[in-house]
Ligand binder design. Structure first.
Ligand code: URA
Length: 429
């Protein structure tokens, strides 16, 4: 048993801007997981960390302590290398859906232990659950067998994977302490290191729809996570990618699955295709298999074949009709010109209010609710043309969704002055 400390002393130390010792960190994470440090004490400490930060050495020790709170997985017995991707979360971010089968089609296994959505960002498991019969919970035996056989798994992370993070994340969510770089970095990296992936590519989102609103803080988060991975011998690379406007043309569970299937069929919106291929290239390179062209695997249907096997292997019917919402409402352009911006956060909140997301983790989600985007930034707009279609099963939700979208759309009379942010902003390795 590690040395015991007084929780109030640990809180005071961070409150006053001091560095926590390794022994203090080990103790506080272990004691919090066991219930010996109370929620109110951990929330005070999380707020002190948010305000005063932590040095890399402290974050690394914090990450290790969270890993030790549960069990670690090991995929080294598989016949192919493994690589995973983690996105810090955005609006319309369905990239995992086409990406996992695409990378598997290139010969590298992808163990995606994913989560559910909370707040304005969607969750990968919620999206896949819009496919009739699909099952998120797999035993470890099923997970290994599917990875060996199909090469790609997207499933729920088990209770035993970094349980300290599960408890702490739920607390941060209700205490205004999510947006702390040391806490985000250790939360993500503890799960990814415990998961046992052979290499990791991070998609760090920047912009209104992301946790990190500016490039400088996104760069700092990316650097911290890459350093944490590298320090434990995990090949880790990060891309900083744009989240000022939503990714693709849909935000919402079944809507995003439909769009992902378009991408796997060789079509789909250019930004979703481009980011999927860019991340696939990084994942293959990180796994030491960069001789493959992932764009070709989308075109020749082999990524789609893996998708179908992956869905079927988890009880889903890849040919089933996806639900459509009972009611729709169009948002039309008030003037003609070029769409200058479409605010990602506003679209995320609108999709959430339409029923696509949840306010508390036990809330249900509407499968078919969400926002369809007809015009992307940089494209021409005509007055009266539908810009967005809102989808929901409860028409009473339209007014609050419309309120979220107030001021979210900007149309410029002339697009010649417009500078749009590139999709991939920077690479950190
Ligand atoms: N995603 C996580 O898993 N943890 C965080 O803290 C933020 C985003």
């Amino acid at each position: 048993m590690s040395q015991a400390f007084d929780a109030v002393e640990v809180i005071r130390a961070k409150r006053d801007g001091h560095r926590l010792s390794g022994a203090q960190i080990d103790w506080v994470i272990d004691a919090y997981t066991r219930g010996a440090v109370a929620d109110e004490q951990m929330s005070a400490l999380a707020m002190a960390i948010l305000l005063n930060g932590m040095e890399l050495e402290e974050i690394s020790r914090w990450t290790q302590a969270m890993i030790r709170s549960g069990t670690r997985m090991d995929f080294s017995a598989l016949s192919r290398p493994t690589v995973d991707k983690h996105s810090t979360g955005g609006v319309g971010d369905k990239i995992t859906l086409p990406l996992a089968p695409l990378v598997a089609a290139c010969g590298v296994a992808v163990p995606q232990l994913a989560g559910r959505g909370l707040g304005h960002t969607g969750g990968t498991l919620d999206k896949l659950e819009s496919i009739p019969g699909w099952r998120a919970a797999l035993s470890n035996e099923e997970l290994f067998a599917q990875l060996e056989d199909v090469g790609a798994v997207i499933c729920a992370a088990g209770e035993e994977l970094a349980p300290a993070d599960k408890k702490l994340y739920a607390l941060r969510d209700v205490t205004g302490t999510v947006e702390a770089i040391p806490l985000i970095a250790s939360s993500i990296m503890s799960k990814k290191i415990a998961e046992g992936t052979g290499a990791l590519v991070l998609d760090v989102k920047v912009g209104s729809g992301a946790f990190m609103k500016d490039v400088e803080s996104a760069r700092q988060l990316a650097r911290t996570m890459v350093d944490l991975g590298t320090a434990v011998g995990l090949k880790t690379v990060a891309l900083l990618t744009d989240m000022a406007s939503p990714l693709g043309r849909t935000a919402g569970n079944a809507l995003e699955v439909r769009e992902s299937i378009e991408v796997l069929s060789g079509g789909g919106p250019a930004d979703v295709v481009d980011l999927t291929v860019a991340l696939a290239r990084e994942m293959l390179a990180a796994a030491g298999r960069d001789g493959q062209d992932p764009a070709e695997r989308l075109r020749d249907g082999s990524a789609m074949d893996v998708w179908r096997r992956m869905i079927r292997s988890q009880g889903g019917d890849p040919d089933a009709r996806l639900s459509t919402a009972r009611d729709t409402h169009d948002v039309v352009a008030e003037s003609s010109g070029v769409l200058a911006s479409l605010d990602a956060y506003a679209v995320g909140v609108a999709a959430w209010r339409l029923g696509a997301g949840r306010a508390r983790k036990e809330d249900p989600v509407q499968v078919a609710a969400g926002v369809e985007i007809h015009v992307k930034p940089g494209e021409k707009v005509h007055r009266g043309q539908p810009l967005l279609t809102l989808h929901t099963d409860e028409a009473s939700r339209f007014s609050r969704a419309l309120a979220a979208l107030d001021g979210a759309v900007e149309v410029a009379a002339d697009g010649s002055e417009l500078t749009l942010s590139p999709l991939v902003i920077e690479r950190v390795s």
